[in-house]
Ligand binder design. Structure first.
Ligand code: ZN
Ligand code: ZN
Length: 597
C-alpha cells in the first residue's frame, strides 16, 4: 500500500465521500476506499472515519477500526472519547479515558477533557465530573486551556453547583462570550430550581454589568439570562431597558428572547405589554404559548387563556405539552371554570396523549377545592397513582380555608405537617382548628411540637420599585430614610380608610394563614409600608397614572387585602401586588382575584 503524501490527504475525494455517508452501506464503501488509497496510514483520515462511524455504525464496528492500531495516538483516543461522549455513550468514553491513563502510553491533554465534562454535565454525573476535574490538576499544567475552563463552568452549572462554576469562572482571565453565557445561565438555572434564591438573579445583573465593562458583546442567550433575572426580581425598568437593548443592538427577537420578555412583562404585572409583544412575535412555539397562557391565568383572565389554547391548536397546529395542560387547568381554576378544567384533565390522555403527572393532579385538586367540591377533590387524591405531595395538600387547605371546611382542612394539615415539618403556618392553622372544635389536648400537643422543633415564622418582605431602584420593607420596618414620612402617611391612610367605613376584620379568622406576626392592632405589614412609600413618592412626582407594583414573599393576609382594595378606591390608584402564589390587581375598590387567593 502506497502512503499518499500529507498535503494531499485533507482534500482527498475519499474523505469527501466519507463526509456524505448516511448509511452503513455507504460507510463500508468509503471505509474500503480509505484502505485501498492508503489513507488509512494517516491519522487524520482515521479520525474522520472514527467520527462518522460512531454516529452511523455499531459500537463494535467503530472499536474494530480503532483497535487495528497497536498504539493509537492520543489524538485518536481524544477523537473517539469525544465522539462517544457526544453520542451519550458515557461509559465507553470513560473506559477509553481509563485506558489512556492506565497504560501510561500517553498523557491526556487539553483536548481530552471538554467533551467528557460536557457529557457529565448533560447527564448530571457530578461525582464523575469532579474526579475528572482533579485529573486536570494532576495531568495538565496551568494555565488551563479556555475550552477546559468553559466546559467546567458549564458542567458545574448544569449539575446545580453554581458556587463551583463561579470559582472556575473567576480564574478565567478574559472570559469570552460562551463562558459569560455559561456563567449567567448557571445563575438563571439555579434560580429556577426549587430553592429560588433571589441572590442568583441579582448576581446575573451584576455579572451583566461586568460583562459590558469587559467589552464582550452580549448575544441573544445573554439577554435571555438578563431578562429572566429581571422577571424573577420583578424589575420592570431594567427589563424594559433589556427589551430596548435587544431592539437597539438589532439582536434577533427570536422565540427564546421573545418568550423571556413575555414572562418578564407578565411577572412585573404588565399583562397588556406581554400580550402586545406576543401578538407581534414572528415565530411562536409551545413554550411561548405556555408562557402567555400562564400569564393570562395568573392574572385571572381564564376565558382569554382558553381562547389562546384553542388558537394554539387550531390556527398554529402546535401540540400542547405537559406544561400547557398545567397552565390551562390553572386558568380554569383561577376563573371558576371548574367543569371545563375537569374535562381537560379527564381527556388529556385520550386527546393529547399526555399522562397526568403530579403537577396535573395539583391543578385538579386546586380546581375542585376552589369550587368547594371537597368530596371529589379528596377522592381524586385517594385514587392518584403517585404519592400526593405538599402542594396538593396545600391546595386542599387553601380551599378549606375559603370555604370554612373543617374536615378537609384537618386532613390537609395533618398530611402537610408530616411532609413539611418546617413551615410554621401549618401548625398555627391546625392548632386554631383544634381550638375551634375543642380538641385542647391536640392544641397543647401541637404547641409543644412546635417548640421542640424550634419552628419560627418567616419574616414578611415587600419590595417596590421606584425610578429603577428597589426599596425593601420588612414588617414594622423603620430602617428606611423616609421612615417618619411613611408612618405619617400610614396614619393618614388609616384614618381615610376608617372614614370610608372599613373595619379591620375582627371576626375569628379560623382559617387565616398567620404567616406573619400580628404585633399589635396596628400591625404594619410590609406591603402597607411599601404602598405608603409609593404614594408619597408619586405624590411628589405628580404621577397618578403609573400603577404601584409590589412584590411580597408571603401570601397577602385578608386584612391587608381588604385595606388595599379601599386604598385603590380612595386614592384612585392601581396597585399590583405579586404575592407568593399570584397577582392581585387592585383597582377601584376591587381585586382581580375576586377575593379568592
Ligand atoms: Zn397583612
Ligand atoms: Zn386579590
Amino acid at each position: 500500500m502506497l502512503k499518499p503524501p500529507v498535503n494531499s490527504i485533507f482534500n482527498h475525494r475519499s474523505l469527501h465521500l466519507l463526509q456524505r455517508c448516511k448509511t452503513l452501506r455507504s460507510l463500508n464503501q468509503a471505509h474500503a476506499q480509505i484502505i485501498t488509497t492508503g489513507l488509512i496510514l494517516h491519522t487524520y483520515p482515521i479520525s474522520r472515519l472514527l467520527l462518522i462511524s460512531s454516529s452511523i455504525a455499531s459500537i463494535t464496528y467503530t472499536l474494530t477500526i480503532f483497535y487495528q492500531f497497536h498504539s493509537p495516538s492520543i489524538f485518536l483516543f481524544n477523537t473517539l472519547i469525544s465522539s462517544f461522549a457526544t453520542n451519550h455513550h458515557l461509559q465507553l468514553a470513560f473506559s477509553l479515558y481509563t485506558q489512556v491513563i492506565s497504560t501510561h502510553l500517553h498523557n491526556p491533554n487539553q483536548y481530552t477533557y471538554p467533551s467528557l465534562f460536557k457529557a457529565c454535565g448533560s447527564l448530571f454525573c457530578l461525582s464523575h465530573g469532579r474526579s475528572l476535574h482533579a485529573h486536570v490538576f494532576k495531568f495538565l499544567d496551568p494555565p488551563y486551556d479556555r475550552f477546559i475552563q468553559t466546559s467546567l463552568v458549564d458542567f458545574y452549572s448544569r449539575c446545580g453547583r453554581v458556587d463551583n462554576a463561579r470559582k472556575v469562572f473567576d480564574r478565567i482571565t478574559q472570559p469570552d462570550l460562551v463562558t459569560w453565557n455559561s456563567m449567567l445561565s448557571a445563575y438563571t438555572r439555579k434560580y429556577s430550581s426549587i430553592d429560588s434564591d433571589a441572590n442568583c438573579s441579582l448576581e446575573v445583573l451584576v455579572l451583566f454589568k461586568e460583562m459590558q465593562i469587559s467589552h464582550v458583546m452580549p448575544n441573544e442567550l445573554t439577554l435571555v439570562a438578563l431578562i429572566t433575572a429581571c422577571a424573577n426580581l420583578g424589575l420592570l425598568s431594567q427589563g424594559i431597558w433589556a427589551h430596548g437593548y435587544v431592539l437597539k443592538q438589532k439582536l434577533d427577537l427570536n422565540r427564546f428572547v421573545g418568550t423571556s420578555l413575555i414572562d418578564m412583562y407578565v411577572s412585573c404585572g404588565c399583562l397588556y405589554l406581554a400580550r402586545q409583544l406576543f401578538d407581534r412575535l414572528p415565530e411562536r412555539d409551545t413554550f411561548c404559548y405556555n408562557t402567555m397562557i400562564k400569564g393570562l391565568a395568573i392574572h385571572g383572565y381564564g376565558h382569554q387563556a382558553l381562547d389562546l389554547f384553542e388558537e394554539m391548536e387550531l390556527d398554529e397546529e402546535l401540540s400542547p405539552d405537559e406544561a400547557t395542560i398545567v397552565v390551562i387547568i390553572t386558568a380554569c381554576s383561577h376563573s371558576g371554570l371548574t367543569d371545563k378544567g375537569c374535562e381537560i384533565f379527564d381527556s388529556m390522555m385520550e386527546i393529547h396523549g399526555i399522562e397526568p403527572r403530579l403537577e396535573h393532579y395539583c391543578c385538579l385538586v386546586d380546581l375542585l377545592g376552589r369550587a368547594g367540591r371537597f368530596k371529589e377533590a379528596e377522592e381524586r387524591i385517594m385514587r392518584m397513582p403517585m404519592k400526593p405531595n405538599e402542594i396538593i395538600w396545600r391546595s386542599l387547605l387553601a380551599a378549606a380555608r375559603i370555604h370554612s371546611n373543617l374536615e378537609s382542612g384537618e386532613i390537609a394539615l395533618r398530611n402537610l405537617i408530616e411532609l413539611d415539618p418546617e413551615t410554621s403556618g401549618n401548625y398555627v392553622l391546625l392548632s386554631n382548628l383544634y381550638a375551634r372544635i375543642g380538641k385542647w389536648d391536640d392544641v397543647n400537643r401541637l404547641r409543644k411540637l412546635m417548640k421542640d422543633r424550634k419552628i419560627e415564622k418567616m419574616p414578611g418582605v415587600s419590595m417596590v420599585e421606584i425610578n429603577g431602584v428597589m426599596h425593601e420593607f420588612l414588617t414594622g420596618d423603620r430602617r428606611h430614610s423616609m421612615s417618619v414620612d411613611i408612618y405619617l402617611k400610614l396614619e393618614e391612610i388609616f384614618s381615610k380608610v376608617k372614614l370610608y367605613g372599613h373595619k379591620a376584620e375582627t371576626k375569628e379568622v379560623l382559617f387565616e394563614i398567620e404567616e406573619e406576626e400580628k404585633e399589635d392592632a396596628l400591625s404594619y405589614h410590609s406591603e402597607r409600608l411599601a404602598i405608603a412609600f409609593a404614594l408619597i413618592v408619586s405624590d411628589e412626582a405628580g404621577d397618578y397614572s403609573t400603577p404601584i407594583r409590589i412584590i411580597k414573599n408571603l401570601r397577602v393576609c385578608s386584612d391587608c387585602h381588604a385595606i388595599t382594595k379601599v386604598i385603590s378606591r380612595i386614592y384612585d390608584r392601581e396597585i399590583i401586588v405579586r404575592d407568593r402564589t399570584r397577582f392581585h390587581h387592585f383597582k377601584e375598590g376591587n381585586c382581580s382575584c375576586s377575593d379568592f387567593w
